[in-house]
Design a protein around this ligand. Structure first.
Ligand SMILES: Nc1nc2c(ncn2[C@@H]2O[C@H](COP(=O)(O)OP(=O)(O)OP(=O)(O)O)[C@@H](O)[C@H]2O)c(=O)[nH]1
Ligand SMILES: [Mg+2]
Length: 431
């Protein structure tokens, strides 16, 4: 559906700031800019203008104005930008003046990007990449997002689509020219053989670490009995007093999550209540139950308790903490010996965490997919695999059609309004 109303929003960050950018997109964007500034500047040339209130002619601000007639604009529609001074009162005054213009309304979250999608300026995979780019906080997140926003995933999907389309054409030709009694087995085998490497290619992409991991961070859970120094180690790792430390056993009751980037990699460090088998009162017991939930969801567990007595997970790393303490007893050779107090072993532990994390994350140079995209690629892959066991050209044609449909949903060529609402709703207003 092509929208016929005109939207506006503050597209730059929270005021106050030196400059604020108001964007107007839609059929009346030109009229709106003309109304506020007298006449339209030359297309795509920044021009300094007086912005005045159309009702009483009051001067609101002097602003740099830009005019992009559609379809050669970011949204594909007529688009105007007002780069005004970034004070709250200036922005409010210009927004109010825009709101009084007939046919203009404030934009919903993600609406500019959605219009760009509607007008074919970007597909869904690129829009999702753009969303990730806006939320990227670490270098690795930025690298991965910029790839998808630039269309790396879309190109991969397009390549698969072309190959499937070619197979479909061959199958259709067989259906047209052969009668039912005359199925050409050689041709069938060839189509099946061509579908398999394609399915394999999809499977390989699915095996790669997921994009969400990059957004949410590697979950490092600190576990051990009360007083084993978990909170002290957490504070040292995140370099601030995020958790209360005391010599009273049972100080940490709830789960404490601290997101932080180390070496450009997003981590979520999680401190837990000290686990003990018996003697915990009600609230402490709830904390212990929560600790166990965290162990199950962890990417890496740092275990500060007795060696070999931690939860039974492959991703558990033995930590021999408090190495500065006179009563410190070292764990076996596989353990990391550290002291958050003296700093001993801390650099080695951080380096180890960074290296481990790299294997669990998309590397930024490869295309990565999120859960939505992975589900659709899995569906396409399954359809291709099903061809291998099929001798009926009609059914093969249907499998190929299903595979194409699933891939079309990734780029948004076949997508429902609900799905689009959900996806673009995650953007901020003005984007
Ligand atoms: N000397 C020394 N003391 C430490 C070290 N780590 C922790 N401590 C002390 O040990 C006590 C317990 O530390 P916490 O970090 O609160 O221990 P915890 O495992 O979080 O304890 P709970 O929250 O009760 O489960 C505190 O008095 C800390 O100062 C260390 O590396 N060296
Ligand atoms: Mg604690």
């Amino acid at each position: 559906m092509i929208p016929d109303d005109t939207i506006f929003a503050l597209s730059s960050g929270q005021p106050p700031a030196a400059i604020a950018i108001l964007r107007i997109s839609g059929p009346r964007a030109g009229q709106a800019l003309e109304g506020l500034t007298g006449n339209l500047p030359k297309p795509r040339v920044g021009t300094l203008k007086n912005v005045t209130d159309m009702v009483n002619g009051a001067l609101l601000d002097q602003a740099l104005c830009l005019w992009f007639p559609g379809p050669d604009s970011a949204t594909g529609e007529n688009l105007a930008e007002i780069h005004c001074h970034g004070g709250r009162a200036v922005i409010r005054a210009i927004e109010q003046a825009l709101g009084r213009i007939d046919g203009l309304r404030r934009a919903e979250p993600g609406e500019f990007t959605r219009r760009a999608f509607t007008h074919g300026k970007m597909d869904l995979a690129e829009a999702e990449g753009l969303s990730d780019l806006l939320f990227a906080e670490t270098e690795l997140q930025r690298k991965a997002a910029v790839r998808n926003a630039g269309g790396a995933l879309s190109r991969k999907i397009e390549d698969w689509q072309q190959q499937i389309l070619r197979l479909s054409a061959q199958v259709e030709a067989e259906l047209d020219f052969s009668d039912e009694d005359d199925v050409a087995p050689a041709q069938l085998t060839m189509i099946q053989q061509e579908a398999m490497p394609l399915a394999e290619d999809m499977r390989n992409l699915l095996l790669r670490p997921r994009a969400e991991k990059l957004r949410d961070g590697i979950r490092v859970v600190l576990g051990g009995p009360p007083n084993s120094g978990k909170s002290t180690l957490l504070n040292a790792l995140v370099e601030r007093e995020a958790a209360i430390v005391s010599d009273i056993a049972g100080t940490t009751r709830d789960v404490i999550e601290v997101p932080i980037a180390l070496g450009g990699i997003p981590f979520l460090f999680i401190d837990t209540a000290g686990v003990r088998e018996s003697g915990a009162e009600t609230i402490e017991q709830i904390g212990i139950d929560r600790a166990h939930q965290q162990f199950s969801a962890a990417d890496i567990i740092l275990w500060l308790g007795v060696e070999g007595q931690g939860p039974d997970f492959d991703n558990l790393v033995e930590i021999s903490s408090r190495s500065d303490h006179p009563e410190h007893q070292n764990k076996g050779p596989g353990a990391f010996t550290v002291s958050p107090v003296s700093g001993q072993g801390m650099d080695a532990l951080v380096d180890f965490l960074i290296e481990r994390a790299k294997d669990m994350l998309p590397n930024g140079d490869q295309v990565s997919v999120n859960a939505r995209q992975a589900d659709l690629i899995t569906a396409a892959c399954n359809s291709l695999v099903a061809i291998g066991e099929e001798a009926d050209y009609l059914i093969i044609a249907e499998h190929l059609r299903m595979a194409r449909k699933a891939l079309d949903e990734i780029t948004g060529r076949a997508s429902t309004e609900d799905m689009l609402d959900g996806l673009f709703g995650k953007f901020c207003i003005g984007k």
